[in-house]
Design a protein around this ligand. Structure first.
Ligand code: GAR
Length: 209
C-alpha cells in the first residue's frame, strides 16, 4: 500500500473520506499522517480519533513561505510519504516544493476545471448561470488549480440553488471522487508524464465518476 499523507487547513471532510476508504486493507493507499497549517483545523481531531498521526506546521512559526514548505517537506519525508493528497489545504505551495513532489501530489478542487479556479467557485458557477458544476482531482503543478486532470464528477445545478445548497451537492460528489482518484494514482493507473495524465488499466464507465 502506498504511504499517503494528507494536507489540510480546516474541516477535513475530504480527508475523512480518504481515511475511511483506506480503512479497507484492500485499498491501495494507507494514510500515514495528516499535516495542517492551522492549529485549529477541525480535521485534526477527526484524524486523531481514527488513529492517524497528526501534526501542525503553522505558517506563523516560519520566517518565509519557503521555510514553511521546507518544514512540511521534512515532515512528509519523516512520514515516509510516497503520495501527498491536498484536501482543503488553502495555501499556495512554493515552486521548489511542488516540483519535488510533482507526479506524486494531488489536489481536489470544487469545480469542473479549467473553469472556476481559485476561491468562491460555487458562487461564480451560480453567477455564470451554469446548469452543471462539479469537482476535479488533479496532479499539482506550480500554477494554482492548473495541473493535469485525473478525474471529475459533475452535478446538476438546480433551480433555486444557493451557494450552500450547491456546495453541499458538490461536496458529496467530492467524497466519492477523491477516494476513487487516489486509488488510480496509488495503483499507478493514473500517472503524470510530460505534463499530461496517462490513464490506463481501468474501465472508464466504472471507475471515473
Ligand atoms: C472542499 O470543497 C475542497 O474541494 C475545497 O475546500 C473544501 C475543503 O473541505 N478546496 C479548495 O477550494 C482548494 N482550492 P474539507 O476540508 O471538508 O475537505
Amino acid at each position: 500500500r502506498k504511504r499517503t499523507a494528507i494536507l489540510i487547513s480546516g474541516r477535513g471532510s475530504n480527508m475523512t473520506a480518504l481515511i475511511a476508504a483506506a480503512a479497507d486493507p484492500a485499498y491501495p493507499a494507507e494514510i500515514v499522517g495528516v499535516i495542517s497549517d492551522k492549529a485549529d483545523a477541525a480535521g485534526l481531531g477527526i484524524a486523531a480519533a481514527r488513529g492517524v498521526p497528526v501534526q501542525v506546521v503553522a505558517r506563523g512559526d516560519f520566517a518565509s513561505k519557503e521555510a514553511h514548505d521546507a518544514a512540511i517537506d521534512k515532515a512528509l519525508t519523516k512520514l515516509g510519504a510516497e503520495i501527498v493528497a491536498l484536501a482543503g489545504y488553502m495555501r499556495l505551495l512554493t515552486t521548489p516544493f511542488v516540483e519535488k513532489w510533482q507526479g506524486r501530489m494531488i489536489n481536489i478542487h470544487p469545480a469542473l476545471l479549467p473553469l472556476f479556479k481559485g476561491l468562491d467557485s460555487h458562487k461564480r458557477a451560480l453567477e455564470a448561470g451554469m446548469r452543471v458544476h462539479g469537482c476535479t482531482v488533479h496532479f499539482v503543478t506550480p500554477e494554482m488549480d492548473d495541473g493535469p486532470i485525473i478525474a471529475q464528477a459533475a452535478v446538476p445545478v438546480m433551480l433555486g440553488d444557493d451557494e450552500a445548497a450547491l456546495s453541499a451537492r458538490v461536496l458529496k460528489a467530492e467524497h466519492r471522487l477523491y477516494p476513487m482518484a487516489l486509488r488510480l494514482v496509488a495503483e499507478g493507473k493514473a500517472r503524470m508524464e510530460n505534463g499530461r495524465v496517462t490513464l490506463s488499466g481501468f474501465v472508464d464507465n466504472g471507475d471515473n465518476a
